[in-house]
Design a protein. Structure first.
Length: 276
């Protein structure tokens, strides 16, 4: 047991390669690794994301509830521009779009595919901190908020998204869910995270995982936080939002009740003047 504990905590392995750092240093280390991965693998990653999101219709349905004629949309972690390409094709309404991503490599593909849109190379936390109050009608984060390490940083992103939205504006996000499929594919990573949480007496969160991506010359590790629905809802409410929807989606973008069958979590929250 002692050797197992030392192995889990030592971890030059995937799930704790920066355990000796402070929270701030660890967070920056993780963000740097994400930027390196998405830039180095930009071409391959963009090619695998050419198809429209399976939950695109659901996102469009939510955005249709915006009352203004030409809404201003902000996408956090826009990647190669898959969502805005879909909206431009499927949405009859005119809209102003700003996409933010930390990877200059992915933004190259986004700009090529969507020349009329505004793209900014920045980490979402930094961008939102400098964002003017009530600048957007909707903030969208598709599979990107899950990459924010540290609970306080995630709450700060939520609060700054709230500040950046106009009243009656929407926050819409999807995040990777802990599911039967995820457990089968990444059981070793989940086991390591679970053991680390036990041996640190809960200081570490078992939902913080580092998922490997095998490239030709090396293996990259991407940080994910596997949100539970209650955790997401609580974060949004702490930031000031009124939560309208919070549930699981399967791989086809359909609502499911059972976490076993989930692929992503789906959150819709609104900035309102008066709750209740």
């Amino acid at each position: 047991m002692t050797l197992l504990r030392e192995k889990v905590l030592a971890i030059g392995s995937e799930n704790d390669r920066v355990s000796s750092f402070t929270c701030g240093e660890r967070r920056m280390k993780i963000i740097d690794e994400l930027e390196q991965f998405y830039t180095a693998e930009a071409q391959k990653y963009a090619q695998t994301r050419r198809k429209h999101r399976p939950d695109g219709e659901r996102l469009l349905e939510i955005l249709e509830s915006l009352e203004m004629r030409s809404p201003k949309l902000l996408e956090l972690g826009c990647g190669s521009g898959r969502l805005v390409s879909y909206l431009d094709h499927a949405w009859e309404r005119k809209f102003a779009y700003t996409g933010v991503d930390l990877s200059s490599g992915l933004l190259k593909y986004a700009k090529e595919a969507n020349p009329g849109c505004k793209f900014i190379c920045s980490e979402m936390t930094s961008f939102l901190e400098g964002c003017k109050q009530e600048s957007f009608d909707a903030v969208v984060a598709c599979a990107s908020f899950q990459h924010i390490p540290w609970a306080k940083a995630r709450l700060a992103v939520m609060k700054n998204a709230y500040r950046a939205l106009r009243y009656e504006g929407l926050l819409v996000m999807t995040n990777r869910a802990f599911s039967e499929w995820f457990l089968k594919k990444h059981w070793k990573v989940v086991l390591q995270s679970g053991l680390k949480a036990v041996f640190t007496l809960g200081t570490a969160d078992w939902r913080d995982v580092m998922i490997p991506w095998k490239a030709k010359d090396q293996v990259y590790h991407r940080y994910y936080h596997l949100f539970g629905l209650e955790e997401l809802k609580k974060l949004a409410e702490m930031a000031g939002f009124w939560v309208e929807k919070c549930y699981f989606l399967d791989k086809w973008g359909k609502k499911v009740e059972d976490w076993h069958k989930a692929n992503n979590s789906f959150l819709v929250a609104r900035k309102v003047i008066c709750k209740g």
